[in-house]
Design a protein around this ligand. Structure first.
Ligand code: ADP
Ligand code: MG
Length: 358
């Protein structure tokens, strides 16, 4: 037999010091740029330490801004400090019905419940019963709450607001990417919820650099990534919505491409190729919400151009173009900046994606 094709595999030196650092489940040592959100959530939960009632929370912000991470971080500290509170974390991508969420909540009380066969009213009764005997205050996190169809979601939130009776407290924390989430609920639900809002803004290039530096230091060999390329990756993820997940993903994909070439350093070509891969996926997701007319206008955009020049192309009436541009801006396909030109103030469009992708 010829030499085994794996025989060299164990000798290959890898660019990775620890590949787990790039896992979605990895919990970073340090959380950057979120001091005020951590403080606000902590402050909101403080009364629980004394077994007192507290406000419910609505945590809102674009994808990849640390909502899940920060919430878990604060709750781990809370329950590590006191047994007066206990939390359950529910991801609505997994539990996307009213029943499934209520069922999962009921499990916090260690009562046995059949997975099926109980009506919603019965599950709610069990939760109330559990709550009345509970030695702790339950904190229920429903992450990605907008994944529950709106009717089910309204009913669920209404249920939650009504479970609390007398001195039986309960605290829930809702997390969503959709900034209109609350406004889209029906009026009855809106008025029954007392939500304290905490918002997570997009990360700046500097924030992203800090976040990514840690992954580089713990995850990759020393000198695997130059400062310039780190800056490029941070800038790229800033443009793609200030999303830390995009930055970590780009870093990881670039390192994988370098590894495949047997290199111990990431090259500019690796990063560019990886960013193309990411953009193709990202852009095709965005495309799903665009019409043919939208796409037609998109094709007319340049890397950077004045809005007035676009209007002059007469693709559509100016009002329509304005409306479409605001859709593109919301989807982060473009950004529009006010600039001072010779002729006074004007607005300039910048593409967030490579032109050939559009
Ligand atoms: N401030 C931060 N410091 C370090 N890592 C972060 C920070 N914010 C986000 N991350 C990382 O970025 C990724 C996305 O964060 P996540 O909390 O899941 O975002 P969201 O829930 O807002 O979509 C995770 O891998 C997380 O560990
Ligand atoms: Mg999340």
């Amino acid at each position: 037999m010829k030499k085994n094709i794996f025989s060299d595999s164990s000798k290959i030196k890898s660019i990775f010091k620890d590949e787990n650092i790039f896992d979605i489940s990895y919990f970073p040592e340090e959380i950057y740029a979120r001091d005020s959100q951590i403080k606000d959530i902590k402050h909101n939960l403080d009364p629980l330490i004394r077994k007192k009632k507290t406000q419910n929370l609505l945590i809102c912000g674009p994808p990849g801004t640390g909502k899940t991470l920060v919430t878990k971080y604060v709750l781990n500290h809370l329950t590590g400090y006191t047994s007066n509170a206990k939390h359950t974390y529910i991801n609505a991508i997994e539990h996307n019905t009213r029943y499934s969420v209520l069922h999962k909540i009921s499990l916090i009380f260690d009562v046995f419940l059949p997975r099926r066969g109980l009506s919603i009213t019965e599950v709610i009764e069990r939760i109330k019963e559990g709550l009345s005997k509970s030695p702790f205050i339950p904190v229920v996190v429903v992450d990605e709450i907008d994944q529950i169809p709106s009717n089910d979601c309204s009913n669920l939130l209404y249920d939650l607001s009504r479970i609390v009776e007398n001195n039986n407290y309960f605290c829930f924390i809702l997390i969503t990417n959709n900034k209109n989430f609350f406004l889209e609920l029906d009026a009855r639900t809106q008025s029954s919820l007392f939500l304290n809002n905490i918002s997570f803004p997009r990360y700046s290039p500097k924030d992203l650099k800090d976040i990514l530096s840690d992954r580089v230091n713990y995850g990759l060999l020393d000198d695997a990534l130059s400062k310039d390329l780190l800056g490029y990756i941070a800038g790229f993820s800033a443009k793609r919505g200030g999303d830390a997940r995009v930055g970590i993903d780009l870093l990881y994909k670039s390192a994988k491409l370098a590894e495949k070439q047997g290199s111990l350093t990431i090259s500019k070509e690796n990063v560019l190729e990886a960013s193309k891969l990411i953009d193709v996926v990202k852009f095709s997701e965005k495309k799903k919400s665009l019409s043919d007319d939208h796409l037609l206008l998109l094709k007319k955009l340049e890397d950077s151009m004045l809005t007035s020049d676009l209007y002059n192309k007469n693709v559509f009436p100016e009002r329509t173009v304005r409306r479409y541009l605001s859709i593109f801006e919301k989807l982060n396909i473009i950004r529009i900046e006010e600039i001072n030109s010779g002729k006074g103030r004007s607005r300039k469009i910048f593409l967030n994606f490579e032109k050939d992708l559009l």
